[in-house]
Write a protein that binds this ligand. Structure first.
Ligand SMILES: Cc1ncc(COP(=O)(O)O)c(C=O)c1O
Length: 406
């Protein structure tokens, strides 16, 4: 029964594999990550062609070297990194890439190493961080310094408002000091992840405007951060173009120089569609399915913040049973290893069945640990479509139609 299992150690699909059902037929014991390079390419092209400025990729969302190469080949030249390990990784995989260190709290040693590796763009939200950057770079004259302003996360599903960002009243002194110390001066913010309305950005841009007016400094870069949504059950955002239009309009009306640059740093939106996961049901107890991946694997967000992902029963023949709501338990021995869902699957699903869990390319694969001896996954490259997309022909419409079915 398991005789084909070794085939799943391959990085690309064994000959003849066209869809998740073909993989399920091989009866894999471990979860299998299904990679869709074409989906990442499509997302990158979308941002490059339609975002009215420069798009950086936020590496934390998925640091897979394969994905980094795909994004680079698709035209993403700048990378938002937030740790020295990410700096080293990008320097190694994409030596020509421009790296921007957008974590506002860094160790001085880390700043020095990043600078030595060619990083020139750093974010900060305190005077102390500015002083650290100056000391660690020996008072370098070639820095791009981005001051992060705190903005609301009210429109986002995942807040990033608590931890970082200078208060509006701290911005004047920070901007004036950073202006003195930088070649190019930027303002950056993050509206929180999975921002469900473009208003998140227009409201944040109002804070940026007020800060620029008050400090009366020349600003060269406005970085609107990440937060661009993907599509999940119960979270159907408006088309991304509407975000881009709102951002463009707000940027155009800022009191900044004609040559100022507009940047964004999407993580989720560039890679959510890149990967899904094929899991096996090992046990059923009522409406609870015990599966072979979970909170310590790619389902961290499903377990810890109740994020819902699309699911699909993968069988040769479609089930005729009506759908019912299930929750999942992961493979470790912890009660915490529980994903409440609800995940809607045919009522006859049971042990031995395979389930595809979609949209795990961002903050899914990246979160995996080896806790309790689990965490081994095979990876197979697919050519079929992700379970939902924001980047179809009529992108927004497609996404909404898909979600209704999920
Ligand atoms: C500074 C910064 N930029 C970009 C991102 C990516 O955000 P998202 O995945 O919501 O696009 C993050 C996420 O935490 C971040 O902290």
């Amino acid at each position: 029964m398991h005789k084909h299992h070794s085939a799943l150690g391959l990085a690309t699909a064994p000959f003849g594999i066209a869809c998740a059902a073909d993989i399920a037929k091989l009866n894999p014991v471990q979860p299998v990550t299904l990679i869709r390079p074409h989906a990442a390419r499509r997302a990158a092209r979308f941002f490059i062609e339609r975002f009215p400025g420069r798009s950086l990729y936020a590496v934390k969302a998925n640091p897979s070297p394969d994905l980094l190469r795909i994004l680079w080949d698709s035209g993403i030249t700048h990378y938002d990194v937030a740790s020295i390990a990410e700096v080293r990784l990008v320097a190694d995989i994409l030596p020509e890439a421009v790296q921007c260190f957008m974590h506002p709290v860094k160790a001085e040693e880390v700043i020095a190493e990043a600078y030595a590796l060619g990083v020139r763009t750093f974010s900060l939200d305190t005077m102390e961080e500015l002083e650290k950057i100056m000391r660690a770079t020996g008072g370098a004259q070639d820095l791009n310094l981005c001051v992060r302003i705190r903005v609301s996360s009210d429109h986002a599903k995942l807040s990033l408002a608590g931890k970082f960002g200078a208060e509006p009243e701290e911005m004047k002194a920070l901007l004036m000091a950073a202006r003195q110390a930088s070649d190019a001066l930027g303002i950056c913010f993050h509206v929180g992840s999975q921002a469900m309305t473009p208003a998140a950005y227009s409201e944040a841009m109002e804070r940026v405007r007020a800060a620029i007016v008050e400090a009366a400094v020349t600003v060269d870069i406005v970085d609107v951060g990440g937060g661009f949504p993907s599509v999940y059950p119960g979270m159907e955002p408006p088309p991304l173009e509407t975000y881009f239009e709102v951002i463009h309009r707000a940027f155009e009306s800022l009191p900044i120089s004609y040559s100022a640059e507009l940047w964004c740093e999407p993580g989720r939106a560039l890679c959510a569609e890149y990967a899904s996961l094929l899991v096996r049901v090992e046990k059923r107890r009522g409406d609870q399915l015990y599966i072979n991946d979970g909170a310590y694997g790619a389902l961290f967000d499903a377990a810890h913040i109740g994020w819902r992902f699309p699911v699909k029963l993968v069988r040769d023949e479609d089930s005729n049973a009506r759908d019912m709501a299930f929750s999942f338990y992961g493979p470790t021995c912890d009660d915490l290893d529980h994903m409440a869902g609800p995940f809607h699957l045919p009522a006859d699903v049971g042990p031995g069945d395979y389930v595809e869990i979609g949209m795990l390319g961002a903050y899914g694969c990246a979160m995996r640990t080896g806790f309790n001896g689990f965490g081994t996954v095979a990876r197979v490259e697919m050519t079929d479509e992700p379970m939902a997309t924001l980047y179809g022909e009529d992108a927004g419409e497609d996404a909404r139609n898909n979600v209704v079915k999920l």
